[in-house]
Design a protein around this ligand. Sequence first.
Ligand code: UDP
Length: 265
Amino acid sequence: MSALENYESSTFVFNVRVDNYNLQTAIDRVVRFITGRPGGVSHQVLFTNVHSIQLARHDPELLNCINHADLVLADGSGLKIAGRLFGHPIEENLNGTDFTPRVLALADRNNWSVYLLGAREEVVSTCCQKLDKHYPNLRIAGYRNGYFTHDEEKEIIEDINNKKPDILLVALGSPRQEEWIAHHRRLLNAHVCFGVGGLFDFIAGMRKRAPLWMRKTGIEWVYRFLQSPSEKWERIFVEIPAFLLRIIWNKLLESTMLVEHRGKK
Ligand code: UDP
């Protein structure tokens, strides 16, 4: 099996699914999740990046969550490089920090409601205030910080279900947020749940986004590292190089096998 396999609109990078969609197709799918048939299991939208692919290698539960989500969008330059090398270019980098505000803008236009779960109390409450100012028609159904125990989960799910949000944003970091949604989505009364990582910190202004030129050239990771070196060094200096080496190694193996196969013909 190749490092990258294509099945219809999904690409599997080391067995981890990435839906290769452009922005409009991804938005259309989310709209269908929200406006489609009411009831049933909440839809799960995830953003896969090098970090989650490397984690999923040793975490079958995370692999299962990602591969069974309703929509898995491609986040980051690592996946773009892998796609290009294997001749399956990734259409668009759809990371949660840029994609989710587009969904919120739609929610604002359509008067949909949102519930925020995750981040520190001052972060999530400030984030709600900012959203309220920025999107006057967006209904903020409720919020809860992300520092809770297992025993508190029942009460949190009850609160979400009483408020029946159209959209649930879960910011607990990876892989906790992906696993939390996958475990609870059958119990949740929300049309769609997103795992959004540090989004609330960005919206609240507690963390700064990289300048646009850095985002456009695919080096936002440098900025993120400089912001919190102790938290991000492993991702930058261990995970990304390890991922790229695996990709290059697999590409070399594939090319060698192709040459041998041609030689035998
Ligand atoms: N977080 C949380 N509960 C926890 C651990 C983390 O709510 O037990 C929050 C944290 O405050 C931050 C977000 O999860 O707002 C993780 O952001 P990060 O950028 O680290 O996400 P990742 O890159 O892991 O997706």
